[in-house]
Every structure is written in C-alpha cells, then in structure tokens.
Design a binder for this molecule. Structure first.
Ligand code: B12
Ligand code: SF4
Length: 538
C-alpha cells in the first residue's frame, strides 16, 4: 500500500494539521485573502500515483485517508509493504501512521518517502524500516527486484478536483479539467532556499522522466485520448529551461494539429529564451514564475523587468502567477513595504507570497544552522513559509514577518482585485490578439477560452463589479469597463448570461462569504485505487 498522510487537514490538531494549511493550492498560498473569490480545489498525491503505475506488484493507493480509513485498510488486507508519502510539515502524522502499522499490521515493512525524508535525524523520530530520499520510482523498483531503468509509465491524472469559486462547485465533466504531466523532478538552478531542487540533487541536477519532446508528445497523446483533455498542467519546476525538448514538442504539436493548452512553471530567464509567438504556439496559457526582488541576486531573473515581462505575457493571453518571497536577507521594516508594493504593481493574475524559509535539506538551512540563526523552538509543522519566520532575520521580527506576509496578500487583492477578474482580462487580451492568427491551433485554443469568458465569467464580472465597490471603487470601475468590453465582443450571450446568472451568483457569493466567516473549511475526499489487484487474489 502507498498512502498519503491522514486528514482532516484544515484544522489545528496535535498531529500537526494547521487551519492555515488546507490541502488546497490556491487557498493555501495564493488567493487566501480573496474571501469567496478564492479559487478552491484539491490536487491528488502524484508521487505515490506515479510509483503505483510503475511497479508490477499489486498495489493500493490510499489518498487523503482519515485515520480510521487507514486502519481499516491495514486490517482488511495483508500488505507486505506500507509506503507513506509526506512533506516535512506532516511529520507527526507519519510518526502516528508508523505506530499504527506496527500495531495493526506488524509484519509489514514500513517505507517513508517524499520531502519529509529531508529532515536530519528522521530515523530517530519515526519507527520506519526505510527512509527514502530523492526519486521514489527507481527506489521502489530496485527494492522489489524490478528493472529500475524501464521506461516511466505516466498515469492519467486529472489535475484538480472539486473546484469551487464564489460559492459554486464547478461541474466535473470529462475533459473539463487539465491533466497533470510530470516530465521531471528537481531543478538544476539550485536556488539556496529551494527544497524541490535540493531534494533531487541540488544545483546542476534533476531527474528527467522524459528526455525528449517526442517522448513527451507520445505521453500527452495517450493521456489526451484517455481523459479527453486539451489542457495540461505541466508539473516540472522549470519546464521552459529545457528549450530543445519544448521546441521538439511544439514541432510535433504542429505536425499533428494539436491545439493544446499548457500551464507551466518557469523562471524569467527561461521564459526569455522564447519569443511570445513561440510560447503562444506551444500552448503556454499560464505561467508560474518567481518575482524575487531585483536586489536578491537570484540568477533566474537576470536583470529582467518583471513588471514589463508580466504585462507582455498577459497581453499575449498568458496568465501569470507571480511568486514573491517576503523576508529576504536585504529586507528591512523600512524597505519591505516598497518591495511588496513593487511586486503587487506587477499586476499578475495570481500572486503567491511566501516567507523566506530555511527548510531542512536545503543549502539555506545548512547556512543558517552554521550561523546559529535557526530558531529551535519552532514545530516542524509550522515550517512552511505561510506563518512566521523559523530563523533570526537581521532586521525583521518573527511576529512582523507574519504581519508583512498577511498584508502582502491583502494588498494584492485590494489593489488588483480578485484573480478571477484579472484572468478574464488576460483572456480577452489573448482573444483579441490571436483570434485571426494564421495557425488554426492557436485560434481554436483562444476560441475555447473565450467561450467561457462570454458565458459564466461575465456573470462573475457583474458580481465582482458590484461587490468590489465597497473594497476599491477604482477596481470596481475597471471590472465594469472589462465587462463592457466583453459585451462589445459578444453582445447577446454576454448580456443575457449576466442578466440571468449574475443575481444567482451574487447570492451564492454572499452566502459563501457568510459561511467562510463562520469557519467553514473544505477537505478532500478519500481515494482508494488498486492496481494489479486481481493477481493478488488467492
Ligand atoms: C501538488 C503540491 C501540493 C498539493 C498537495 C498534494 C498532496 N496531495 O499532498 C497542495 C497544493 C495541496 C500542496 C499543499 C502544500 N504544500 Co505542496 N507541493 C505540491 C507540488 C507543487 C507538487 C508535488 C508533486 O506531486 N510533485 C511531483 C512528484 C512526482 O514528486 P514528489 O511528490 O516529490 O514524489 C517523488 C519523491 O518525493 C518520492 N516519493 C514521494 N512519496 C513517496 C513515498 C514513498 C513510499 C517513496 C518510496 C517515495 C516517495 O517519489 C516520487 C517520485 O520520484 C510540490 C512542488 C514539487 N515540485 O514537487 C509542492 C511541495 C511538495 N509542497 C510543499 C509545501 C510546503 C506545501 C504546503 C505546506 C504549502 C506551503 N505553505 O507551501 C501545503 C501543505 C498542505 C498539507 N496540509 O499537507 C513543499 C514541501 C517542502 C518540504 N520540504 O516538505 C513543496 C516541495 C513545494 C516547495 N518547493 O516548497 N502541495
Ligand atoms: S528556479 Fe525555482 S524551482 Fe528552480 S531552484 Fe530556483 S526556486 Fe527552485
């Protein structure tokens, strides 16, 4: 069995769950200050899904179990191996799960993997037989006596589930949600704070599952036909860095007439290796990039004007998710406000803020430990960059770190409006620029996107325009202008939709705001998925 750690997650408890740490990407670290406009969805635990798909042993994946469900699974089947996947914040859950395995299934070998394995001295903290650092497919294949170099079989993964926004749960039609593709793990850039880079070898190293654009294309084709998707969430820390692979993928996409949409992570210097047209033809429609301060000297920015790059990307219909670190070494209470203002001034569609955080296993952690600056009384469950510093900063106190972080999220929301509105703006810009583009694949992609904009999204704009009057009248005016522009493009559909759907959505949004204020949180459902299972039957 391969299991993720148990929930519930969005609450404070003795196993290290924290209400500030829900199992939701956007609401956890991107749109958390946006109230009922926050984009809410869950993502499966892809690491264990990938391992399960690449071994021939009968295997159950248990994702987001409760403790009860984990106990039931342990006692209702006989497992030789119980693998537990976790990140550092959930280490106390791992300890509890190891204890449960020893009690309920004492013959099982306990294997612990994922980022939690980077904690120094973990062996003494939990009762496991093996702690696996780094890439897990090859480890598990080796352990089971299988060929660790066999090609990687990519499971068909729906990227997000149970999406909600403005109090409405979006329907889950086949093909409506992007598929996740994982071309590699790690990142060769090796920024000193980066845990994903460090975990898979650090600077200059990473593990490629698919070396070439041809391999990637074949995998994407098979997932396209299985899940009926056009859209892919490419889970690769720096996808655009590997230009020859990306350009070969583009070539194959053009030959086959694929009008795919890609959401990617990329650093500014990697983005700069492409023209806007290349990015658009490659289907890049959403990019997550670091906006670290120009004074921080991280090589991935290389003097790029981030505001200008963001504007340019958005003008080409590419939604930008910026990521800004609060509490870098040069930050002080005097300059941090300006630094946050300038990040917010980039006007990205989405903005993630994170505290500068020495996480176990990174070069930064090592450095801070050597300088005696790590705070020793911070619980591992609180080292994640969304709460308070876990080290002594030269100029900013622990409590102030939280105040600045929270302010950054609020400021971005109040100054730039809901991310949903900003996305609509980018979509319209892309549509206007590319609706007559010579490549039909590109036209088709923008037409697909704009279909949503002329429909339900106009109703959302109608609501945001009304509600934002109380928060920032200037932004409300901008939303109004955008809605008028959309109506100009699609006079009948857009007007009709906002007229009938707008009031319903307004009611849902207000109801959601009340429910959130009274403490409502969301939890992912439990998944049990078996593979090679028939052969396990006696
Ligand atoms: C998707 C994701 C999420 C999803 C949740 C996924 C889930 N179901 O748990 C969401 C969005 C909800 C999320 C939330 C959080 N996340 Co997150 N997340 C990711 C992300 C982007 C992708 C993970 C992934 O699938 N990678 C691809 C797979 C293939 O890699 P992998 O999981 O590492 O698995 C490989 C190995 O680790 C190993 N392995 C994994 N499990 C096991 C198990 C066994 C038995 C074995 C042998 C091997 C093994 O084998 C796999 C294949 O090689 C990573 C960044 C990244 N690029 O990895 C961050 C990341 C994992 N998240 C992180 C953090 C900190 C968080 C949050 C605390 C938010 C925050 N404040 O930053 C919350 C915690 C929520 C909670 N309550 O637990 C950190 C972890 C840092 C650390 N060192 O522990 C990461 C690395 C991001 C970062 N760079 O800071 N996250
Ligand atoms: S570029 Fe991004 S993913 Fe790569 S090492 Fe730096 S922070 Fe990590």
């Amino acid at each position: 069995m391969l299991s993720s750690v148990f929930g519930p997650y969005a609450q404070d408890d003795e196993f290290g769950s924290r209400s500030i740490n829900p199992m939701e990407l956007y609401h956890n670290q991107v749109t958390r200050a946006q109230g009922s406009y926050s984009l809410r969805m869950f993502h499966r635990s892809w690491g264990i899904m990938l391992i399960q798909a690449n071994i021939s042993a009968p295997c159950t994946v248990l994702d987001f179990p409760t403790r009860k469900a984990f106990a039931r699974e342990l006692t209702s089947n006989r497992y030789d191996i119980v693998g537990i996947s976790s990140i550092i914040v959930n280490v106390w859950k791992v300890r509890e799960m190891c204890r449960m395995v020893r009690t309920l299934s004492p013959h099982s070998v306990v294997v612990v993997g994922g980022h939690v394995a980077a904690i120094p001295g973990l062996e003494a903290m939990i009762d496991a037989d093996h702690i696996v650092r780094g890439e897990g497919i090859s480890w598990m294949r080796r352990y089971l006596g299988e060929d660790e170099h066999a090609p990687i079989r990519h499971p068909a993964i729906v990227s997000g589930l149970q999406t909600r926004v403005m109090g409405l749960r979006l329907p889950e039609r086949k093909g409506a949600t992007a598929a996740t593709i994982i071309p590699s793990v790690g990142c060769p850039m090796g920024c000193n704070f980066c845990t994903t880079s460090a975990f898979f070898g650090g600077k200059g190293k990473f593990v490629n599952f698919y070396e070439t654009g041809d391999e990637l294309f074949e995998v994407m084709c098979s997932i396209e036909s299985e899940l009926k998707v056009h859209s892919f969430f490419v889970m690769d820390e720096n996808f655009l860095l590997h230009r020859s692979r990306a350009m070969r993928l583009l070539e194959r996409m053009k030959q086959a007439g694929k009008s795919w949409e890609l959401s990617v992570f990329a650093s500014a210097n990697a983005i700069r290796k492409y023209s806007m047209e290349e990015l658009v033809e490659l289907g890049v429609s959403w990019v997550w990039m670091g906006l670290e301060s120009a004074k921080s000297n991280y090589g991935k920015l290389q003097g790029t004007d981030m505001g200008q790059l963001t504007r340019e990307l958005r003008e080409h219909g590419i939604r930008v998710q910026g990521s800004t670190i609060i509490g870098l070494e040069h930050h002080t209470p005097e300059n941090i406000v300006d630094e946050i203002e300038s990040a917010v001034g980039c006007q990205t569609d989405f903005h993630q803020f994170m505290l500068y955080t020495p996480v176990p296993g990174t070069p930064l952690y090592q450095e801070m430990a050597e300088q005696g600056r790590l705070l020793t009384d911070v619980d591992l469950a609180d080292i994640h960059g969304q709460h308070k510093f876990n080290f002594r900063h030269g100029a900013i106190s622990r409590d102030d770190s939280k105040r600045f972080l929270d302010w950054a999220f609020r400021r971005d929301f109040e100054r730039n409006g809901p991310s949903l509105y900003r996305m609509c703006e980018t979509m319209l810009q892309g549509w206007r620029r590319y609706k007559d583009y010579p490549d039909p694949r590109v036209r088709e992609r923008f037409a697909r996107q704009v279909h949503k904009l002329s429909g339900a999204y106009t109703a959302a704009l109608w609501v945001m325009e009304r509600e934002f009057q109380q928060i920032n009248r200037r932004v409300s005016g901008q939303i109004h202008k955008l809605r008028r522009e959309v109506e100009k493009e699609f006079p009948v559909v857009a007007r009709l939709t906002s007229a009938w759907l707008g009031p319903i959505l307004l009611w849902c949004t207000r109801r959601e705001a009340q429910r959130l204020a009274s403490g409502l949180t969301y939890e992912p459902p439990t998944f049990i998925e078996r593979r090679n299972w028939m052969s396990a039957a006696p």
